[in-house]
Design a protein around this ligand. Structure first.
Ligand code: ZN
Ligand code: ZN
Length: 354
């Protein structure tokens, strides 16, 4: 089958992979129809690894995907025990937790140390025509959700989980650092959760414009110094800062900015991933403020909520509006190059195989 593999930094090549075998018990064979290019895929594309893990063989990326069931093995049902049938369109949750460890049993499968994840080494991802997946990872798409939207449920799930961790209350003021797809989805979910006002920071003008279009109260540029960047926010809050900050940038300077933008006793949720796995930040500021800082790890069981949210007119508009580019599988290298260089006002590029 047609596929793409990463051979090293910035080196994506088309390959011919063997078709997967027939599904075993509890498995489904999915024909991939849409694949999203994610910021974490970009980390691997740019550096050849992620979070200290390196790619030591030609590796198949991508974990944001949806498609159609081709075949199912015996006892292949959804998590609710509904049998899966060939022809059904599904989005596939990429994380496969063990289901038995203490984290899984405590209801935190996103923290399972034994989990597999499609598209993160050593588990090949979805940049190919067909993939075998656990049936319980499949979420049947209602008729109003295209495979492309199905692929968007993964980044939407990341945003939902981040907002869950932020424990937002109606009327909480919020700042979001980073207006890429994740930051913009966080903006929409936070808005729906009642956050107001909503301040967004991003150095790219088009992304600030998009944030305003999606209901941000204000969208600020990132100035050369932290003080200059935060001055307008601190002015509008009489120096107090916001109740909650969600960081969805590169987890570099944005961490210090987050600590400086939040009020004493406030909450900060760190969603961004630093390119080389390490971040540095000032310790005194968050300590003196007594901040609650949460690290966000993927998501847990957000697909049903993500599917439900697509029926909300505001969320539908936000999700549809993020897909700026659609390319065929043969243009995969170009899709990654586009996102890598932030070319052509790209937000989300979808590789379409249908
Ligand atoms: Zn993703
Ligand atoms: Zn586990």
């Amino acid at each position: 089958m047609r596929a793409f593999r990463l051979h090293g930094p910035l080196d994506l090549r088309p390959t011919e992979d063997p078709f997967p075998g027939p599904p075993a018990a509890g498995e489904a064979l999915v024909r991939i129809e849409a694949v999203g290019v994610c910021g974490s895929d970009l980390h691997m594309y740019e550096t050849g690894g992620i979070g200290g893990r390196t790619v030591d063989r030609p590796f198949r990326l991508s974990h944001e995907f949806a498609g159609t069931i081709v075949a199912t093995g015996p006892v292949a049902g959804t998590e609710n025990g509904m049998p899966l049938k060939p022809g059904q369109r599904v989005a596939v949750e990429p994380a496969v937790p063990c289901g038995r460890c203490e984290n899984c049993r405590e209801g935190n499968p996103n923290l399972c140390p034994h989990h597999q994840f499609f598209g993160v080494p050593p588990d090949d991802g979805a940049l190919c025509e067909q993939l075998l997946v656990p049936a319980k990872n499949c979420f049947v798409l209602p008729d109003n959700l295209s495979p492309e939207t199905g692929a968007m449920l993964e980044p939407l799930g990341v945003a939902i989980h981040a907002v869950d961790l932020a424990k937002l209350r109606p009327g909480n003021s919020v700042a979001i650092f980073g207006a890429g797809p994740i930051g913009l989805l966080i903006l929409s979910v936070a808005r729906l959760a009642g956050a107001f006002p909503l301040h967004v920071f991003d150095p790219i003008k088009e992304r600030r414009a998009k944030a305003l279009e999606l209901g941000a109260t204000a969208a600020w540029d990132v100035a050369p110094t932290d003080a200059a960047t935060l001055q307008p926010l601190l002015e509008t809050t009489d120096g107090r800062g916001v109740d909650v900050v969600l960081e969805a940038a590169d987890a570099g300077r944005s961490i210090d900015l987050s600590f400086a933008a939040v009020r004493p006793g406030g909450r900060v949720v760190l969603v961004g991933i630093p390119p080389h796995g390490e971040s540095q930040f000032n310790h005194a500021n968050p300590r003196r403020k007594g901040l609650t800082v949460r690290f966000s790890r993927r998501m847990k069981h957000t697909y049903p909520r993500a599917i439900a949210l697509y029926a909300h007119p505001m969320m539908k508009g936000a999700i549809d509006g993020l897909v700026t580019h659609r390319l065929p599988l043969s243009d995969t290298a170009r899709a990654f190059d586009l996102v890598h260089h932030y070319r052509e006002g790209v937000l989300k590029a979808i590789i379409s195989l249908s």
